[in-house]
Design a binder for this molecule. Structure first.
Ligand code: NAD
Ligand code: ZN
Length: 359
């Protein structure tokens, strides 16, 4: 299955399905065979779990650069090591990179591709559920010690090859985290789809064909938004639903303490409470959503580990703050997002409401 992404700067396709690595690489042969060298960037966990399947199905010779697992690969040090690897392997402007891993590997590889000799092409080969989101849309970044994703570029890939066989070794916590982004895509786009997700017996144990369908729908939402607004001046902001408060919790927990999607799930409940005030979301729905989150073991109560003051400090550091104003993506109704500026006093009140609701 192929999903087109017609971004302004560059059009490409997302290939998605089970066992498609080889056929998708064959379909991309013309692009790939122009390269003088192929370099696969991956992390130690992904490489350990999926090296065999990858090497058996990737039909070209390649060099491999194995990085530290997870967020650690997005450090300045690793970014430098990546460039050192490319230079030492005589890579040129005609070389081609592959990001084989989760969102962290994707972000680092995309930024290395954007910057190596002022830009070489790359392909995303995502291996996490979350990366159905991060691999599409061309946001690339590394972290600064003072802030996550502070250094980066918009740089679209040549293609995304999403072989969902790679998800087989993903730990349950990461499945749960990634599914939060699928749920986000449903909340901002389609009530019927959201209801279907909320009726799923276990969000971390969905049969492959059904999971593929949900991931495809998520990618379509993302692609559609990126096509309208590649560089986040308007509708792309909607993808931050749940992320303002979610990022504050993630930062307060210390990155890695809570998985990204776990924090976003808390942020989405917070955004629903605000949407009750400024949109037509009912308290009944918010409660139903909380029940759904608990049933799927999202650790919502972790919010109680941090005071509102702690979180507010992080909220004000959010890089999406404009002119010192805190803005949230809210829902008019399911599928109808909008952006609203919220004052500190109200942030605090809703924070208290959230803590009561989660009791
Ligand atoms: P991740 O890349 O850190 O992967 C999570 C963990 O799972 C890591 O330890 C990794 O080694 C391991 N892993 C990955 N695939 C595996 C597999 N198939 N089998 C076994 N282990 C596997 O995390 P993520 O949740 O995929 O992505 C989070 C990152 O994505 C963050 O850095 C975030 O900033 C970024 N992000 C980027 C965008 C974007 O638009 N560029 C959007 C959302 C998030
Ligand atoms: Zn996210």
């Amino acid at each position: 299955m192929r999903i087109p992404v017609n971004a302004k700067s560059h059009s490409y396709e997302v290939f998605i399905g089970s066992g498609i690595l080889r056929s998708a690489c064959d379909a991309l042969k013309e692009k790939i065979e122009k390269a003088d060298k192929l370099v696969v960037f991956t992390d130690e966990n992904v490489w350990q779990a999926q090296q065999q399947y990858f090497t058996e199905n990737f039909p070209y010779p390649f060099e491999v650069f194995v990085m530290p697992g997870g967020e650690a690969c997005k450090s300045f040090k690793n970014f430098e090591d990546a460039h050192t690897f490319l230079i030492e392997n005589q890579c040129s402007r005609k070389s081609f990179l592959f990001a084989f891993g989760g969102g962290a590997v994707g972000d680092l590889t995309g930024f290395a591709a954007a910057t190596f000799m002022r830009g070489v092409p790359y392909i995303q080969i995502p291996t996490t559920i979350l990366a159905h989101d991060s691999a599409v849309g061309g946001k690339t970044a590394i972290n600064h010690p003072l802030g996550k994703n502070m250094v980066g570029a918009f740089y679209q890939p040549e293609a995304v090859v999403y072989d969902i066989n790679f998800l087989s070794s993903l730990p349950t916590k990461e499945i749960r985290s990634g599914m939060a982004e699928v749920i986000k895509h449903a909340l901002i786009s389609d009530e019927v789809w959201l209801k279907e997700l909320m009726q799923t017996p276990s969000i971390t144990d969905i049969e492959k064909p059904v999971l593929a369908k949900h991931l495809k729908s998520g990618i379509e939402v993302k692609a559609n938004i990126v096509e309208q607004d590649e560089t986040e001046h308007s509708v792309r902001k909607f993808l931050n639903f749940g992320h303002t408060y979610g990022h504050a919790i993630e930062a307060a927990a210390g990155y890695g303490g809570l998985a990204h999607g776990e924090a976003v799930m808390i942020g989405m409940v917070y955004a629903l409470l605000l949407s009750e005030k400024y949109g037509r979301i009912s308290r009944e729905f918010t409660k139903e959503f909380v029940k759904f989150a608990y049933k799927n073991e999202y650790p919502l109560k972790q919010v109680n580990n941090y005071s509102f003051e702690d979180l507010y400090e992080y909220l004000m550091k959010d890089k999406k703050i404009e002119y010192g104003k805190l803005k949230f993506v809210l829902l008019q109704e399911i599928g109808k997002p909008f952006v609203k500026e919220i004052e500190e006093k109200e942030c605090r009140e809703v924070d208290s409401e959230l803590r009561c609701l989660l009791e």
